[in-house]
Write a new protein. Structure first.
Length: 299
């Protein structure tokens, strides 16, 4: 009979053990613990599930984890597909007290936290691709299997992604979704430019360990950012993101809605979390995450 224990390389997460380890009454991430945590066998999307719970009054710091997603969401409606228990699929509900005009930093905050957690657990060289991808550096040589790879990643490989969605109307909130490829095998990869922790030779691929470190790291960064009233510079978030972002100091091609293309050199991240691209005429163009369709490295 089929069982979640049939694949010993992909054991299920234990909700009760994780709750005891991570839930701190009244903490709600600002105290580095989560307010509520559910591990669901299968959902369409952890973001969709948590957005629904948020509308019903779920508290700040609530977390939903899924063993499998049937309609996982990426940025701009792109799908996120993976076999059950092969990755970490988690969403975090935030009801920030910081000014809403600073909430654009939340997906970048998630990127810093995820990058730090994954690098610590896996002992791999992990970077961020602006605005929302976790990547592993690739070699200059491509194999024949990479012929159809997404050129927006160059020789790098996508390990995970982040999607932040806002809801709530007059009382807004943000749900930050995180997906990480953990034990995907070569024949299970959704695209030629993808990889997994296992394929990359990670020291540890235990999802329980990774989830604990990720949520604690996220809580620490969120507390610092919130304590600075959402000021990314004062909290140290901006400096940490710039240090982890592989997009910076590279020539890029930004494809925008309507067919507009911006060529230039990625020089920095502005106060609103937008990518600054210096074009050939010397002008600096800020590009928001919601405005870019593809961001490709230029050779």
């Amino acid at each position: 009979m089929a069982s979640v224990y049939n694949d010993l390389n992909r054991p299920p997460l234990n909700e009760h053990i994780l709750q005891r380890a991570l839930m701190v009454p009244g903490a709600g991430l600002n105290g580095h613990g989560v307010a509520a945590l559910r591990v669901l066998p299968e959902v369409e999307s952890t973001n969709t599930a948590l957005l629904g719970a948020a509308a019903d009054g779920a508290p700040h710091g609530s977390v939903v984890v899924a063993e499998a997603q049937t309609a996982g969401k990426g940025r701009l409606g792109r799908a996120w597909v993976a076999p059950p228990r092969s990755g970490l699929f988690v969403s975090i509900l935030l009801r920030p007290e910081a000014p809403p005009n600073r909430w654009g930093w939340l997906p970048l905050l998630a990127g810093v936290a995820v990058r730090s957690a994954v690098a610590r657990v896996s002992e791999l060289d992990v970077s961020l691709k602006w605005p929302n991808d976790l990547i592993l550096p690739g070699s200059a040589e491509r194999s024949n299997a990479d012929a159809n790879a997404d050129t927006s990643y160059g020789t790098d490989r996508k390990l995970g992604g982040i999607l932040a969605e806002q809801g709530g109307g007059a009382e807004p909130y943000v749900v930050v979704g995180i997906g990480i490829n953990v034990t995907l095998r070569t024949d299970e990869l959704p695209a030629p430019h993808a990889t997994s922790l296992e394929l990359a030779g990670a020291k540890v691929t235990d999802r329980d360990t990774l989830l604990r470190v990720l949520l604690r790291t996220f809580g620490s960064w969120y507390a610092d950012w919130s304590g600075a009233d959402g000021d990314a510079e004062r909290s140290g978030l901006a400096a940490a993101y710039r240090a982890a972002c592989a997009t910076l100091d590279r020539p890029v091609r930004a494809e925008l809605p309507g067919g507009t293309v911006v060529f230039g050199h990625a020089t920095g991240i502005d106060a609103d979390g937008r990518l600054l691209v210096r074009t050939a005429d010397g002008a600096s163009s800020p590009i928001g995450a919601g405005d870019v369709v593809h961001l490709r490295p230029e050779q």
